[in-house]
Every structure is written in structure tokens, then in C-alpha cells.
Design a protein around this ligand. Structure first.
Ligand SMILES: [Zn+2]
Length: 417
């Protein structure tokens, strides 16, 4: 079975032009003793919006790794696929994020639930999990509730996995299961039984993406109490550890943090907890790179600045439409979005200062940043012009992308000074 390394980063970008700059950050981390496996990820939704193909991501990953002489493993992730959308990705991907979030809450058949309960009820009572401060208190009713809520989604995950396995061959790809794009977080007890469900069909899941407490808004910092997050994250890790042994899941099964870019408040916690327990992590960061393109273009001035300004004006007119698909993962206060007449007077530095994620900067505007985050489809509408601008200003943009991934993300997460 091909295996994902201990630390991995979901990179890749909307328009597929920043692979080199992102890889440079990973190579730099390697020089500081942190080996990170790059994973280029792109979802079906992004491909449709941009008008790209899964093969384009494969080509980009192959080209930039070859060009830079990167000899370590890397992967191409079919991000958030389901039974209907997976076919397109089979040839070019070797990592599949099976998304069953939309199936949560649908009820499996009574027979299926009955069979699951027969094997699961022995975990009721006080379940002692090594490393957890307190045992998990689990009632039989709670297990029934969890079965009703998640078993159908797990069965869907089995079906999708079998389909990929049939087409790609067993052991030839990495399997991730994601349930993050929902409004309710999963508790450690829920995660435990979800892993039991996956173990029952021997799904070789190497990364699992739960929905954590707090908010993981796109491109901005974590919203919630970082200490509470740390407790939950650590409990989840212990649950995974126990479940791996109990249900025969892959030894290297690790946590995947989606919408993981820019969560500066929790990186030190994630970093110290995984070090304490000698665990790995997968962090998905793709969206943050598109914002760096916009920042780099703004700083380039002239036509590049004019382009991103007009993109923002257009986004202002279409806030609701742009935000609708991202309801659970953005939170914009419309009244705090900079007005068109103000932005019109900004120079490139002022524009980029509003967008660049430096929370303590007085110019930083998280509302504007989130709006631009979801506005990439407006650039996709003027793709030729946009790509031309990216090419013309490649150096400056590449530097923004590199610094963002390396300094603001990798260094903070892994404690590199
Ligand atoms: Zn996700």
C-alpha cells in the first residue's frame, strides 16, 4: 500500500500556476529538518469554476517537482469527491478525499443499523481510551443515535472506496474520508464509532477530516477558544490511536485539517500536541494561495492593481451569490467591507495590506479577505487576462505565495524559527 508521510500539506491552487512557489516552501522546511509531503488538491467544484481538468493538476505537480529536482513522494488529491464525481479523477489522482458530509443524518436501513449495534454495544458504559484524561461515557442510546446519524454516510464511503479500488487497484492510492463541511462538529465519541464503521469494511483510511468545534472560516483565523480546540484535538488523536488498534485501521491514520490555512491561533497547539504524541497531520491550505496572487497583483500596480480592484468591485455587487456555496465556512460582516469609493483611492500597498493576513495590522480586513477568497470565479471569467497578469508578475507573486506558506504556515505549525 502506498503510504502518506507523517506530515503532509494540501497545496495546489485555483489556477494551477503557483506549484513551484509552494514546493519551494516545502523544500525549505526540509532544510530545517521538517519533511513534508506535498499534496496537490483540487475539488470538482473548483475545476468546474475554473474550467480546468484533473489532468492539469497532475501535469503541474509532475512538472514542478521534476523542475525543482524534488525526489520525495508527492500526491494529487481528488478533493471532496463522491460517487458521481469521482470518475473524472481516477486517472490523474492517487489520493482521494471521499466526502460523505452530505449523507450525515440520513438513516441507513434497519438491518444495517441492527448489525452495527450488535458489534458496537460492547463499547457502552465508561470507555477507557489510553491518553484520555477521563473515560468516554457512552450510553446505548447514544450509540443508536450515532448509528442513525452516521452509518448511512459510512456505507456511502464504503461504496465510493470500492469503486476507486476497482478502477485504480488496491493499495495504489491514499484514502481520506471527510465530514468537515457540516454545521455540527463531531465529538470524540462520534469519531470513535465512525472509525469503527470504516474498519468494518476494512477501508484503508489514512487521513480523516472531522468537523471540529469552533469555526474554520476560509482564509482567516480560527474562531473559538484555542484551548478548547486543543483539548478536542488531543482527544480525537487518542481516539484515532485506540481505534487503529481496535478496528485494524492503517497504522499511519492521521488527522486532516480542512480549511486549515490561516488558523494561526491553533497552529502552536496542533504542533505541540502532535509532537507530544509523535503523530502526523495533514493540513489543507489551497485557498490561501489564490489570495496571495491577488496580493501580489495589487503590489505590482498599474494594470494588475486595476484588475484586482475591478474584481473587488464586482464581488461587492455579488456578495450573496458568491458566498452562498460557502455558508458553513465563511462569516462576512457586509457593513465592514471597504466601500468602492474608498478602495478606488488606495494604492497597491494599501490594497494588499487590507488583504494580507497579518491579524495585528490595523489595515487588515478579514471581511474583505473572505470575500476575495470566494471570488476566484470572477477571475475565472476573465481567465486569459488573469493568467497573462500572473505571468507578467510571476516573480513578485511567487514570493508572496512562498512567504505565506513557509513563514506564516509551516514555521508556525512546526515551530521553525
Ligand atoms: Zn474540506
Amino acid at each position: 500500500m502506498i503510504k502518506l508521510g507523517k506530515y503532509s500539506l494540501g497545496i495546489g491552487d485555483r489556477f494551477g500556476r503557483q506549484g513551484s512557489a509552494q514546493l519551494k516552501a516545502i523544500i525549505e522546511a526540509g532544510r530545517h529538518g521538517i519533511e513534508i509531503t506535498p499534496v496537490w488538491n483540487k475539488s470538482n467544484r473548483e475545476h468546474i469554476t475554473i474550467g480546468s481538468q484533473p489532468e492539469d493538476v497532475r501535469r503541474e505537480a509532475d512538472e514542478v517537482t521534476k523542475k525543482s529536482g524534488f525526489k520525495k513522494p508527492y500526491f494529487v488529491d481528488a478533493d471532496h469527491i463522491n460517487f458521481e464525481t469521482v470518475d473524472w479523477f481516477i486517472k490523474s489522482s492517487d489520493f482521494f478525499t471521499i466526502d460523505v458530509a452530505s449523507c450525515i443524518g440520513q438513516r441507513a436501513g434497519n438491518d444495517e443499523i441492527q448489525i452495527f449495534l450488535e458489534g458496537a454495544e460492547k463499547y457502552s458504559g465508561n470507555l477507557k481510551i489510553p491518553g484520555l484524561k477521563r473515560p468516554l461515557k457512552i450510553s446505548v442510546n447514544q450509540i443508536k443515535f450515532i448509528a442513525g446519524k452516521y452509518l448511512f454516510a459510512a456505507i456511502k464511503a464504503w461504496e465510493i472506496y470500492r469503486k476507486i479500488e476497482k478502477l485504480r487497484g488496491k493499495g495504489n492510492f491514499i484514502t481520506e474520508v471527510s465530514m468537515d463541511e457540516v454545521s455540527q462538529p463531531q465529538t470524540p465519541a462520534e469519531l470513535f464509532f465512525i472509525l469503527k464503521m470504516l474498519g468494518e469494511e476494512s477501508i484503508p483510511v489514512q487521513t480523516i477530516a472531522p468537523r471540529f468545534s469552533g469555526r474554520f472560516n476560509k482564509g482567516v483565523d480560527y474562531v473559538g477558544d484555542p484551548e478548547d480546540f486543543a483539548d478536542e484535538f488531543e482527544a480525537d488523536l487518542m481516539v484515532i490511536d485506540f481505534a487503529v488498534k481496535e478496528f485494524g485501521l492503517p497504522q499511519n491514520l492521521k488527522m486532516s485539517v480542512h480549511s486549515g490555512s490561516d488558523k494561526f491561533a491553533i497552529y502552536p497547539y496542533i504542533g505541540s500536541i502532535i509532537q507530544k504524541h509523535n503523530k502526523g497531520v495533514h493540513l489543507k491550505t489551497a485557498g490561501t494561495t489564490w489570495l496571495e496572487e491577488v496580493i501580489g497583483l495589487a503590489e505590482s500596480g498599474d494594470t494588475a492593481l486595476a484588475f484586482v480592484k475591478s474584481l473587488y468591485y464586482e464581488a461587492l455587487k455579488r456578495v450573496e451569490e458568491l458566498c452562498a456555496p460557502y455558508y458553513d465556512v465563511i462569516n462576512i460582516n457586509i457593513s465592514l467591507l471597504p466601500k468602492k469609493q474608498d478602495v478606488a483611492r488606495w494604492d497597491g500597498r494599501r490594497f494588499s495590506a487590507a488583504l494580507r493576513h497579518i491579524p495585528e495590522s490595523r489595515y487588515f480586513n478579514p471581511n474583505m479577505r473572505q470575500l476575495i477568497h470566494v471570488a476566484y470565479k470572477l477571475a475565472a471569467k476573465k481567465k486569459d487576462e488573469y493568467l497573462h497578469l500572473l505571468e507578467t508578475n510571476e516573480k513578485r507573486i511567487g514570493q508572496c505565495v512562498y512567504e505565506n506558506i513557509y513563514k506564516r504556515h509551516i514555521c508556525r505549525l512546526f515551530g521553525i524559527n
